[in-house]
Design a protein around this ligand. Structure first.
Ligand code: HEC
Ligand code: HEC
Length: 345
């Protein structure tokens, strides 16, 4: 339990501290650098310091993107930052290129959305995904350099569509983002009307976006009572872990390191285990799963009762903003339930 509390506490503290830096640089370091890189050169998040990026987005887009985030994608919203703090962030980001922000008209672009949808499937879906749902995962895998902006953003996203005007979208399609995989379609065979049709189709997606609703009730901890003794239960869990093709890593007394050795309770043990395929897949979805991997199951005996427990990964993942991570954590939770059930039968 202490582990969960420590973890939750440090997350909450991070969130609370995040709003205290009072200049653009400090705000960026605390809230953004972890994903977008210390100098905005990219990481889990796309690079923000590229001249081509900055020339393609107005300040309204930056402001709305920071405010709203990209619901269900990795990019969080920052509703608690004040307008003044967001202005400081934007000034800091613009400082990397020193160029003035472009301005885009707010009028809608006229185009044929049906034709745009077909063109999108032909020219864009290979990167931006079917229905413009975005590239898969974070783009960060263990085999690629962290600063490579491989992942194509979701364009069917309420945060993106609220931030981007039609003119901004059209301009991005036309000129691309030099320095990233996003091609300049003005030079790659699409005429003005085709690009307007695609823009009109992207805009039309706004109507069908479902608001992201967090799950109603998630049990923070999976707890099962075991009928067997403390020692036998630990052995049964180890056997089940190995029997299910997980690698057993180690066991440790829960309080080890928190108290002097002679005061550490001998009746509280954490078992660490892993399955490297799962680890790889999960890290690919979101490197933050590293916070709750490797898998761990805790066995405690209190008042003669033996309990087997695991932190429900879903309770952790709802703190983040990633539909794919939610799914991976559902899988992880199910793995825990199955293992614990099998071991305590
Ligand atoms: C947890 C990681 C994470 C954090 C923290 C984060 N971002 Fe992002 N950000 C992303 C990702 C990933 C994307 C791409 C969205 C997508 O894939 O759909 C993104 C997109 C953006 C975009 C749009 C870029 C574009 O190409 O149009 C801007 C602007 C942005 N972030 C600014 C910020 C700022 C400013 C902060 C801090 C206040 C911040 N982000 C914090 C991950 C993050
Ligand atoms: C080869 C892959 C690839 C193709 C093909 C591609 N894109 Fe992109 N696109 C990207 C990447 C990667 C980014 C993020 C660029 C960055 O880091 O600033 C992007 C960014 C964008 C953006 C800005 C959104 C944001 O949040 O940054 C829009 C709009 C966009 N693309 C539209 C399109 C359209 C429309 C097409 C088809 C006509 C298309 N793209 C084809 C890879 C691609």
């Amino acid at each position: 339990m202490k582990v969960l509390i420590t973890l939750l506490l440090s997350l909450t503290l991070q969130a609370a501290m995040a709003s205290h830096a009072d200049d653009g640089r400090g705000l960026f370091q605390q809230n953004c650098a972890g994903c977008h890189g210390e100098n905005g050169d990219g990481g889990v998040g796309v690079p923000l310091n590229l001249p081509a990026f900055q020339a393609s987005v107005d300040d309204h887009y930056l402001r709305q993107t920071i405010r709203l985030g990209r619901p269900g994608r990795v990019m969080p919203g920052f509703p608690s930052l004040s307008d003044a703090q967001i202005d400081q962030l934007i000034a800091y980001i613009r400082g990397w290129t020193g160029k003035p922000a472009p301005k885009f008209p707010r009028d809608p672009v006229q185009g044929d959305p049906a034709r745009g949808g077909q063109l999108f499937a032909q020219h864009c879906a290979s990167c931006h995904g079917e229905d413009a749902r975005g590239g898969h995962g974070t783009g960060v895998t263990m085999s690629r350099k962290r600063d490579l902006p491989i992942l194509a953003p979701a364009l069917n996203n309420s945060g993106f569509l609220a931030a981007a005007s039609d003119a901004l979208i059209l301009n991005t399609i036309k000129h691309g983002r030099s320095g990233t995989p996003m091609p300049a379609f003005g030079q790659a065979g699409l005429n003005e009307q085709a690009m307007k049709d695609i823009t009109a189709w992207l805009r039309s997606l706004e109507k069908s976006i479902q608001p992201r609703t967090p799950p109603e009730h998630v049990e923070p901890v999976i707890v099962v009572e075991a009928d067997d003794t403390y020692e036998n239960t630990i052995q049964a869990i180890k056997d089940t872990i190995i029997g299910n093709n997980f690698r057993f890593i180690r066991e440790q007394k829960l309080e080890q390191g928190f108290f002097p050795d002679d005061q550490v309770s001998q009746k509280e043990t954490i078992l660490y285990f892993c399955n490297f395929n799962f680890l790889y897949d999960a890290m690919n979805v979101d490197p933050r799963v590293g916070m709750f991997l490797p898998c761990r199951i805790t066995v405690v005996e209190r008042d003669g009762k033996v309990q087997v427990m695991a932190i429900n990964p879903k309770a952790m993942s709802i703190l983040f903003n990633n539909d794919e991570l939610d799914k991976a954590c559902d899988t992880m939770g199910q793995i825990y339930r199955d293992l614990i059930e099998e071991a305590t039968l």
